[in-house]
Design a protein around this ligand. Structure first.
Ligand SMILES: [Zn+2]
Length: 435
């Protein structure tokens, strides 16, 4: 890449000289003279040129340019004039895309204070290295707010963080805590509850929401397995209403189709996990899509991966449990049916480990039922909408935040080129540079 030089050599036509020559009485021909001068580079002006651009708004430009000024995208497309003072990045042979958005993660692992002291900086850089410029943390230790502050105030580099915290809406435990939360809950027959769960007192829910809002979180989140004649929909409705009173959004985890069809009655803002327990009928698909609530994928949760001995494992390394095998198909098929019916479908992994690895896992499972073009649409515009930042990120359009990745290859041609991130810009600043 163009070195981050403070000056660059620019050829300038000396129009003054031309003008004088033209006005002289001596009948001299007009000569265009030129000279080379040093122009100071303004690093808040970045001009990416010669690029294959996927703008996330439905356009693809060949040999296009992207102009960034003061942290924002100011122009994108063909025929854009390079400002003299711009830092120029030649993206020949590469693809320029919106920064990736992770719509569902859990970030802090182990002892939160130790993690903050020893791992947070490396982990945040790993997100940027993988191309993620925005990450939604849906339940983490409260230290996540301090992490967000450090990133926002420039103390460490990291993605934009959106944060959520847990509100209980019934007395059922959310699941076995040692493995993937989306995988080990009680939504799967024959484990489904046969008795109503206990009701959480309304005041407990109201206080929990207010406490979350007071601390500065962006989202409330709950996990729902509905129980026969249980309190779930009523309590969830209360949680959603209280959440909205405080200007936050409500996330609901529901992975069984029976759970999902109930929780949408409470009108939450955001659904996490594609339902992967139970195959949706066309009518059920339509009911879910008509609710108008965005959903985040996390299909990799139930994918089959293999260890070095070719043994089937879950993506987090646990041995594969064959009683979950139907979910490998039901999740992706439900996703495709919901997509066909027009749902807003965002990208999210629900993982706790390496961002690039989890991107690979999620792409593998999305690719079962979606094309490269669909997946890019999911990862850009749809995820931005699913996290309520569609006015700010998710596409390369004038006025939006300059969150940009440069990829060594073309993901429309080979999806897994998305793993080859060469350069990342967040808010107009270069945060990863391997060019
Ligand atoms: Zn989760």
């Amino acid at each position: 890449m163009h070195k981050l030089a403070f000056y660059k050599l620019v050829t300038v036509f000396l129009f003054a000289t031309v003008f004088l020559a033209a006005c002289s009485d001596q009948g001299a021909t007009v000569v265009s003279e030129s000279d080379t001068v040093n122009i100071p580079v303004d690093e808040s002006v970045i001009f990416i040129t010669n690029a294959h651009i996927i703008d996330g708004a439905g356009n693809v430009f060949e040999r296009g340019s992207l102009l960034i000024e003061n942290g924002r995208i100011s122009e994108v497309g063909n025929g854009i004039v390079e400002p003299l003072n711009a830092l120029v990045i030649d993206a020949g042979g590469k693809t320029v895309m919106p920064g990736f958005i992770e719509g569902h993660r859990h970030i802090i692992r182990g002892n939160p204070d130790e993690w903050m002291a020893n791992q947070s900086e490396t982990n945040m850089q790993e997100f940027l290295d993988a191309g993620f410029t925005t990450v939604l943390s849906a339940i983490d230790a409260p230290q996540i707010l301090e992490l967000r502050r450090r990133i926002n105030e420039g103390e460490i580099a990291g993605p934009r963080l959106l944060t959520g915290s847990f509100v209980p809406i019934n007395s059922l435990p959310p699941g076995e805590p040692t493995t993937d939360p989306a995988r080990t809950d009680v939504s799967r027959p024959p484990n489904r509850p046969t008795e109503p769960a206990g009701k959480i007192p309304d005041q407990v829910i109201i206080d929990a929401v207010n406490n979350i809002a007071d601390q500065g979180f962006d989202f409330t989140k709950t996990v729902v397995t509905v129980t026969p004649n249980g309190p779930e929909v009523e309590s969830l409705t209360l949680m959603v209403e209280e959440t909205h009173k405080r200007g936050l959004k409500a996330i609901v985890h529901a992975v069984g189709k029976w759970d999902l069809l109930e929780v949408i009655k409470a009108k939450p803002d955001h659904l996490v996990h594609t339902p992967h327990i139970g195959q949706l009928t066309d009518e059920e698909v339509q009911t879910i899509v008509d609710a108008g609530i965005p959903m985040v994928s996390s299909l990799g949760t139930l994918g089959i991966f293999y260890d070095e001995n070719n043994q089937p494992i879950f993506r987090d390394g646990y041995p594969y449990s064959w009683d979950t095998l139907p979910s490998v198909g039901q999740g992706p098929v439900n996703a495709r049916l919901l997509w066909n019916a027009g749902i807003t479908y965002g990208f999210g992994t629900d993982t706790t480990f390496n961002p690039r690895e989890t991107l690979k896992h999620e792409l593998k499972t999305l690719f079962l039922v979606f094309s490269e073009q669909d997946i890019i649409e999911i990862m850009t515009a749809h995820t931005a909408k699913a996290v309520f930042l569609e006015d700010e990120i998710g596409s390369l359009e004038p006025g939006k935040a300059a969150d940009v990745v440069i990829i060594d290859g073309d993901p429309l041609d080979d999806l897994f080129d998305l793993l080859k991130v060469d350069l990342v810009i967040k808010g107009g600043h270069i945060v990863v540079n391997r060019m």
